[in-house]
Ligand binder design. Structure first.
Ligand code: CMX
Length: 149
């Protein structure tokens, strides 16, 4: 079902501080910055030096809430305002097919149809209650990315 780990998503209370830490201290490079209003997030994707869009090397995703009622806003509130790992995302070739297979194996998908994700990808999520307490995102990347730097 899965091709590789696409990214690991960190919820962050302060995007600028998180970018500074992950680039200046930890040495990652910003490869995408944008907003997903539907998901209520400001997001930044990080790759290694020379990271290419077609690489299977996993990226790191920084997620800051656009408001307190968003998924990340609620996650941070529940975590005492501290950041942390919010999700792991697996890359798939066909998100609908992957969701169909996982559903047939007893996994609960969050959405009936894929939603819009980073780079114009098509995404869905497995409810953490059906995947051992881990929020798993499924990502089908487009051939032509929107916004890869
Ligand atoms: N990882 C693991 N478990 C989580 C979780 C997470 N990120 N978020 C919530 N949970 C658990 C809670 O601990 C809780 O468990 P208990 O009942 O045992 O306490 C249960 O799920 C329900 O928690 P909740 O606070 O009531 O959370 P919600 O039902 O409001 O939301 C979920 C849970 C999965 C539906 C929500 O996080 C969601 O819709 N996620 C998918 C969308 C998303 O994450 N968007 C932001 C990122 C966007 C992007 O990646 O582009």
């Amino acid at each position: 079902v899965f091709l590789c780990v696409d990214h690991v998503g960190f919820a962050v209370p302060d995007m600028e501080a998180a970018i500074k830490l992950h680039t200046e201290v930890l040495g990652w490079h910003v490869v995408f910055r944008g907003r997903n209003e539907e998901q209520g997030v400001e997001e930044v994707m990080l790759g290694t030096n020379g990271h290419d869009y077609t690489d299977r090397d996993a990226e790191i995703q920084l997620l800051a809430p656009l408001n307190e009622d968003s998924t990340i806003g609620k996650w941070l509130a529940k975590n005492g305002g501290r950041g942390g790992i919010q999700q792991v995302a697996y890359r798939v070739a066909d998100v609908e097919k992957a969701a169909e297979i996982l559903t047939s194996r007893g996994v609960t998908m969050l959405y009936d149809a894929p939603k819009h994700g980073t780079y114009g990808s098509r995404i869905n999520f497995c409810h953490p209650k059906s995947t051992g307490g881990i929020l798993l995102e499924l990502v089908e990347r487009p051939a032509e990315p929107e916004g890869f730097q």
